[in-house]
Design a protein around this ligand. Structure first.
Ligand code: ZN
Ligand code: ZN
Length: 421
């Protein structure tokens, strides 16, 4: 292999963050979290001939599978990917949690809950050009934490609020003009398209060194792998990945989590209403059930996922665990200690008990608390163990990965920067 002087210098320059070293990119790196991309979506789109670029990557690049973080929700996994760490390190273990200190149930989308710097910030601090584009606005502040938008080198915005982006707040303005698209509705496939179209335009105009993109799982919540709508969605993405590849980028794709059907034969959602159940056992107001999937965008899943955490009196712990484990559809019931050890979670942000449901079952709070009127299709959702497997795809061959080591979605930047020639 021949290295020019510049290549050798680039090879030597590293950024170190959260105990991992990342090689300085020799070409722009685009890391994409395809939200809710269960294994099978890409493969089926390729098999249907809908994704010619990914078909080529299947032959010539790296087409692997990795494991995400449990709970298999959006925020914990996105933060794992951009920090290269599990939630025990970065602190974000749900979209929503019970803050024991304040005694309040709060959204975890404020950067003050983030306990580790991002890889994006580390590259930005070292002088790299960094860009962050998310579909929904809920992730933007966390992903952009530490980026200085007053400098030339960083920008970050959501498709959802692209028309509100300012130089001071986002490092970029007039985004819809740049992209050539109107801001799409928040519940749409076009919201994800906007993200990818923006990445292409940014690459054509500013060519950031490191870019992170995060789409929405609106389509995956409604359409199974291989269905016409799902294939059309992946065909759309395929076209943009192809353009980014042609622009000379390393394109690295993974997902935050997978997605499974969570309904019965008649299309009715399979739900265990945990709060109602525990209220019945112990009385109202005695036990608190937290569903960390909860966020402002619940129309397409009704805040029903396969993971819940429960706060209760310590005398009730053992009894409640035994009773919960006997409930039909409950997969596993773990103590905080066991759950945090197994899933690498921050103990101070997890309840006394963690419940995971079986593959086709979700965990709810109380019947009255879930608005399922927005579910236009039979429920598909995530959060549990059965949505941990995700694709891990690079448009170029990778070398030096230890096959004995469990590949995680949060090694995306490591592989894209350290293992691609
Ligand atoms: Zn997600
Ligand atoms: Zn989702």
């Amino acid at each position: 292999m021949h290295f020019s002087n510049d290549d050798a210098l680039a090879y030597m320059k590293h950024v170190k963050v959260n105990d991992r070293r990342y090689r300085w990119p020799t070409r722009p790196v685009i890391a994409v979290c395809i939200d809710g991309s269960h294994p099978g979506y890409v493969e089926q789109a390729v098999a249907a001939g809908a994704a010619p670029f990914l078909a080529r990557v299947l032959e010539e690049g790296a087409f692997l599978e990795a494991e995400g973080v449990v709970p298999t929700f959006t925020n914990p996994n996105n933060l794992s990917i951009v920090t290269g760490t599990p939630p025990a390190v970065h602190g974000i273990c749900g979209n929503y949690f019970f803050d024991r200190e304040s005694g309040e149930e709060v959204m975890m989308n404020d950067p003050r809950y983030l306990r580790a710097p991002t890889i994006l910030k580390a590259f930005h601090d070292a002088g790299a050009g960094v860009a962050v584009v998310t579909a929904k606005d809920k992730l933007r502040l966390l992903l952009c934490d530490g980026l200085d938008f007053r400098s030339d080198g960083a920008l970050g915005f959501s498709a959802e609020k692209a028309d509100e982006a300012t130089l001071a707040g986002n490092g970029i303005e007039n985004v819809p003009d740049l992209v050539g698209m109107e801001v799409p509705p928040v519940y749409s496939a076009e919201l994800s398209e906007f993200v990818l179209a923006a990445a292409v335009r940014l690459m054509e105009t500013r060519r950031p060194d490191v870019t992170y993109l995060s789409t929405t799982d609106y389509i995956q919540h409604k359409h199974a792998p291989g269905t016409p709508v799902a294939n059309a969605f992946y065909a759309m993405m395929d076209g943009y990945f192809d353009r980014l590849d042609r622009l000379g980028c390393t394109v690295a794709l993974t997902a935050d989590h997978g997605m499974n059907a969570k309904h019965g034969a008649g299309g009715e959602p399979n739900v265990i209403y945990l709060q109602d159940l525990l209220d019945g056992w112990y009385g109202i107001g005695e036990v608190r059930v937290i569903l960390p999937i909860t966020d402002p965008y619940v129309v397409h899943h009704g805040a029903l996922g396969s993971y819940a955490t429960i706060y209760l009196d310590s005398e009730r712990l053992a009894g409640a665990m035994t009773r919960l484990a006997a409930v039909d559809g409950v997969g596993e019931v773990l103590t905080r200690e066991d759950a945090c050890a197994r899933f690498e979670l921050p103990p101070d942000r997890v309840g006394d008990i963690v419940v995971l449901s079986e593959q086709d079952v979700t965990l709810g709070s109380g019947v009255a608390k879930h608005d399922l009127s927005g579910l236009s299709e039979p429920l598909r959702s995530h959060g549990g163990l059965f949505e941990q497997k995700v694709p891990f795809i690079l448009n170029r061959p990778v070398t030096g990965l230890d096959p004995a080591k469990r590949l995680r979605n949060f090694s995306l930047f490591d592989v894209a920067l350290n293992h691609v020639e």
